[in-house]
Ligand binder design. Structure first.
Ligand code: SF4
Length: 217
């Protein structure tokens, strides 16, 4: 049984044991996870995130949750890695963080100005072929924030995959303020809500193939 297909949701009700085939049959990973969650400093981090969830539940937007989380964790320096397409939004968030008393360090995706050709990308791989384009460099973003010894890092609109590399190379814990989705006003869940409507048909057909998608309905 995969959790995504489960109708009983025994775990959600606090049952300690599931039915045959439920992942709860094997307690090993739950025991291991508890050992890890109880380790210092993970326990404080985990408890703080739970308290943030309950304090502002349904009232606070994510930006407020992040700021309160940083306050409650007593962080001093907050880093943020942002996309050039979200420069204005990054500046607003920076102001909010400064007003809340934090020191900030920022890293733009294009920092370094390295042409795409350096990493084996050709003209046809560019967003606008025929023009100079420089790479997004999520590893450089992470290294800059690591160098400045940020306590906590925030992602503002990095591309799919670039965000993964930033998460991988950041030494400080990371959360995401904005998940970039240029088509849907940075609201990617809307694609799921509309996946069976005609509105995004062309996009889904392009990446999934029409036949495959018909089978998933
Ligand atoms: S852990 Fe078991 S009970 Fe919980 S959602 Fe998964 S399959 Fe269902």
């Amino acid at each position: 049984m995969e959790c995504v297909d489960c109708q009983s949701l025994l775990c959600y009700r606090g049952d300690q044991e599931g039915f045959p085939g439920c992942p709860m049959e094997d307690r090993t990973i739950f025991d291991e996870s508890l050992e890890l969650l109880k380790e210092d400093p993970i326990l404080k981090f985990y408890q703080t995130s739970c308290r943030i969830e309950s304090k502002g539940y349904g009232r606070w937007p994510r930006a407020c949750e992040i700021i309160q989380f940083c306050k409650d964790m007593e962080y001093q320096t907050i880093g943020f890695a942002f996309c050039i397409g979200l420069k204005r939004e990054a500046a607003i968030f920076n102001q909010l963080l400064k007003c809340a008393g934090f020191k900030t360090v920022s890293a733009l995706c294009k920092s370094g100005g390295i042409p795409k050709e350096v990493l084996g990308l050709s003209d046809k791989d560019k967003v606008r072929p025929g023009r100079t384009e420089v790479i997004c460099n999520p590893i450089a973003q992470a290294l800059r924030l690591n160098q400045q010894k940020t306590d906590f890092n925030v992602v503002i609109g990095l591309c799919v995959g670039h965000d993964s590399l930033f998460y991988k190379y950041s030494e400080a814990p990371v959360t995401t303020l904005v998940t970039k989705d240029r088509r849907l006003g940075h609201n990617p869940v809307a694609a799921l809500y509309m996946s069976e409507s005609g509105y995004l048909k062309e996009a889904f057909d392009e990446v999934m193939g029409e036949t495959v998608r018909e089978d998933t309905r």
